[in-house]
Design a protein around this ligand. Structure first.
Ligand SMILES: [Zn+2]
Length: 96
């Protein structure tokens, strides 16, 4: 017998979103219902490290993403949408 374990999450399983600075690894987490826009800069790094320019197209895309996450987290039961997570032994290229 072969057993395969697959880990999936649904959008409604997402409790919070987290931003981590790629330099100092400071993390900021927002509960999903409080997530309005992305963190634009790390104020722990000196000088402050900017992630996203406020008002840029990228900033607007993140805002749309936040809006979609919140909207679809309250979606009905007409269908179930899941993200399958990679495990530590499998890379995206190894997908079956
Ligand atoms: Zn930082």
């Amino acid at each position: 017998m072969t057993r395969k374990t697959v880990t999936c999450i649904q959008i409604k399983d997402i409790a919070a979103v987290e931003f981590e600075c790629g330099t100092c690894h400071t993390k900021v987490s927002y509960p999903l219902d409080k997530f309005i826009h992305p963190l634009t800069a790390c104020n722990v790094c000196q000088p402050p490290k900017q992630f996203i320019v406020y008002g840029s197209n990228e900033f607007a895309e993140w805002n749309k993403f936040a809006e979609l996450l919140k909207r679809f987290s309250k979606n009905g039961d007409n269908f179930i949408f899941r993200f399958e997570l990679l495990d530590e032994h499998r890379k995206a290229d190894d997908r079956v």
